[in-house]
Ligand binder design. Structure first.
Ligand code: NAP
Length: 247
């Protein structure tokens, strides 16, 4: 284990979260990750990380619930001998639709996971990082939080909120040299985007200057950079990993 503690990744069972777990494991970090319900996917992530010769703990926890976040953080800290060096707030959901037809539940569900879940995790983990005088917090926003997107008012609000929380917390923790940043992916090939129709995917792809969608490892590499020694003087920033979408 890194002497500084474990890396805790939310939503590590699939997609970008899994790629982040594997990439941070490659850098020698012991990994704790959570998932909401995908037990088999979680076991596969665990196996893939263990191949990198690090210790791995998978925890079932719903990050939209503050008590479950606190329990997850407690388990991660125990696994890391009291220390969490890296927090990656990755878990997120969409409930898309045009505003006029969007239900209250669609707003609540997205804010509960993407905004409140990130808040609960930041609050709990930053206390440990302050004590340790070390830490890296990286949260997944989205280009949608930067640029907006028709049909995603709820999601855009949650991802813009992640940027606001990141910049505010970066200011709060800067005196202890704890780095707090956001990564804003564009269109990345995961279950989340596979759910889109072919027509929607084609339309989005044609708006990407690179002309192609990204892979989870593209995002994981940016997270690993911010989490590693090379990211030590970077805080309060939003790095878009989007093939030029947000230019
Ligand atoms: P994904 O494939 O849908 O995977 C979502 C992950 O989050 C899963 O591990 C899921 O666990 C977990 N999760 C969902 N709700 C949860 C909850 N309430 N508590 C705990 N875990 C929960 O998503 P993805 O595409 O990899 O996206 C990862 C992050 O990147 C999200 O924050 C997303 O908004 C952001 N992002 C993605 C894209 C993209 O194009 N894919 C673009 C911009 C931003 P289960 O397996 O148990 O369901």
């Amino acid at each position: 284990m890194s002497e500084r503690g474990v890396a805790l990744v939310t939503g590590g069972s699939r997609g970008i979260g899994r790629a982040i777990c594997i990439r941070l494991a490659e850098d020698g970090n012991d990994i704790v990750f959570n998932y909401r319900s995908g037990e088999e996917d979680a076991q596969e992530t665990k196996r893939l990380c263990e191949e990198k010769k690090v210790r791995v703990l998978a925890v079932k926890a719903d990050i939209s619930k503050s008590v479950e976040c606190d329990e997850l953080i407690k388990k991660a800290a125990e696994f890391g001998d009291g220390k969490i060096a890296i927090l990656v707030n990755n878990a997120g959901i969409t409930r898309d639709g045009l505003l006029g037809r969007m239900k209250d539940e669609d707003l609540d569900a997205v804010l509960d996971v993407n905004l409140k879940g990130t808040f609960y995790m930041m609050r709990g983990v930053s206390k440990l990082m302050l004590r340790a005088k070390y830490g890296r917090i990286i949260s997944l926003s989205s280009v949608v939080g930067v640029m907006g997107n028709a049909g995603q008012v709820n999601y855009a609000a949650s991802k813009a909120a992640v940027i606001g929380m990141t910049k505010s917390l970066a200011r709060e923790l800067a005196s202890r040299k704890i780095c707090v940043n956001a990564v804003a992916p564009g269109m990345i090939a995961t279950d989340m985007t596979n759910a889109l129709s072919d027509a929607a995917k084609e339309k989005i792809t044609s708006s990407i200057p690179f002309g192609e969608i990204g892979s989870p490892s593209d995002v994981a590499n940016a997270v690993a950079f911010l989490a590693g020694d090379q990211g030590s003087y970077i805080t309060g920033q939003v790095i878009c990993v989007d093939g030029g979408m947000a230019i």
